[in-house]
Design a protein around this ligand. Sequence first.
Ligand code: ATP
Ligand code: MG
Length: 209
Amino acid sequence: MTGKLIVFEGGEGTGKTTQIRLLAAALDHDVLVTRQPGGTSLGQTLRGLLLDSPPGSISDRAEALLYAADRAQHVDEVIRPALTAGTTVISDRWVDSSLAYQAAGRGMDPAWVAELSRWATAGVQPDLTVLLDIDPAVGLARAARRGAADRLEAETLDFHHRVRWAYLRLAAANPSRYLVVDAALPVDAIAHLVHAYVFQITADRKAAA
Ligand SMILES: Nc1ncnc2c1ncn2[C@@H]1O[C@H](COP(=O)(O)OP(=O)(O)OP(=O)(O)O)[C@@H](O)[C@H]1O
Ligand SMILES: [Mg+2]
């Protein structure tokens, strides 16, 4: 596979969608913007179930499996063909979301969630994960301005703190594959940091090729 997979991760309202739009516009080559859940037709249906079902209506194990099903379809139908064609793929969320939300947030066994995710993605891994990090109270307030809270936004603040620390631990365990950015910075400042980093690793890769 020759294309690069760049993933944006972070809690609610950290600015993932905002920054993905800006990065896609700044890259001058072929770019595919997609998301989990919801990057395929099946994924759209699963996203509706996962985000809009009433609180308590999906068991933890069923939730983990629905996210895995979304990922399997996404990799088979969209991600792998795009990477094989040399396209740069930018995804709004990836496996780290399950490690943060299902494992750290819900308390499921992280080894089990990691194994399920590995199976679902069939070994496809991001070349870079941009982690947008912010105090969850600030992120949730931003997300709330968009309207009614979805099933995950409606979780306790404690849940969202566990999600935040899980993300930071994942980044700390593999620093060369993560860019952690303070999401409290202004939109333009974050974009500047992200673009400089992405351009640099793209250039590094070209130099190394
Ligand atoms: N750096 C920033 N400073 C202030 N406000 C921001 C910043 N980045 C994004 N916002 C605003 O915060 C809100 C949430 O941003 P956005 O939708 O990009 O976040 P998100 O991480 O995609 O959220 P979700 O996880 O709910 O999809 C939007 O109203 C956006 O305009
Ligand atoms: Mg978003």
